[in-house]
Design a protein around this ligand. Sequence first.
Ligand code: ADP
Ligand code: MG
Length: 348
Amino acid sequence: MLEDKNPQRTSLEELGEFGLIAHLTQNFELKHLSSVKGIGDDAAVLDFASKMTVVSTDMLVEGVHFDLAYMPLKHLGYKSVIVNLSDIYAMNAMATQVTVSIAVSNRFPLEALEEFYEGVAMACKLYKIDLVGGDTTSSTKGMIISVTSIGEANQEDLVYRSGAGPNDLLVVTGDLGGAYLGLQVLEREKEVFKVNPSSQPDLEPYAYLVERQLKPEARKDIVELLYNLKVKPTSMIDISDGLSSEVLHLCKQSGVGCNLFEDKIPLDPSVISTTEEFQMDSTMVALSGGEDYELLFTIAQKDFDKIKANPNLTVIGHMTGETEGAHIITRANTKIPITAQGWNSFKS
Ligand code: ADP
Ligand code: MG
């Protein structure tokens, strides 16, 4: 459905593996002192001096995690890095390096990989990340991407999923459900396009949702904000699978329960209007839709005054004793146990 903006097709065999790597990575410069050695040797060398090193990896498989029918490769490159950085920020750490590994079949020309690396480069530039390595190989079918992100933090600043206590406030950044609805919109347009390839989709009313799906951002700004506000969360996680499953992770790993208030869940107006159009429940979408990459964290009550004025942060509930369980308090004031309906179960 997306126009092929790159009519030129150079086969990967023409370059050979080493030529390809050199070509794709030629414009990446190292920005961090901790990046002692980047691309070009057998391994990268990093030096974090007295800081703790934080590492996270994600794998993205074509047909499972992304669909190139509506995902431009540049966006895919960007998103592949962003979703990994999100995990580093969720540790209250600062991301500093990534490695990017790709496997592609011979249906991908050089120009496609150039586009992908444009997106990688844009994410690295905006988030001040060094690309320090990766691997390039072939696949029999489709594209597989693996990104490893590396970050640093002072030991005392690290935040785990396990530190929440009873009475802590439950806080979420940004708004929820947009990325999932963006995917629904794109899937719908893909079906329309299959039937009528000359149709021009009007995605304008859904611009925010589609952007949330195709070009998510990681909340580096929140880690910096909390640092400046002198608020250290007691626990934290990023929202990749939907609010409900992430809340349950915090509860389980911290040994607490929680009360989450439906009417407090932050929703963009376009999420509300589009759930009406799709005849979905906006709360369900926020709870079970995925890929918002917002941060979910708990803070001690004494820190409430420091965060309450910030429009990026919404208190959506509080933690309780473990025996009380995890519940959502609905608008009708009924108390319903939270169940982990991840992304997949919600889709099917
Ligand atoms: P090796 O055979 O030792 O694994 P490679 O030829 O795969 O070495 O890689 C050579 C260098 O290029 C290494 O520094 C590696 O990290 C880097 N590299 C390989 N593929 C990529 C890629 N897709 N993106 C970024 N760096 C890469
Ligand atoms: Mg290699």
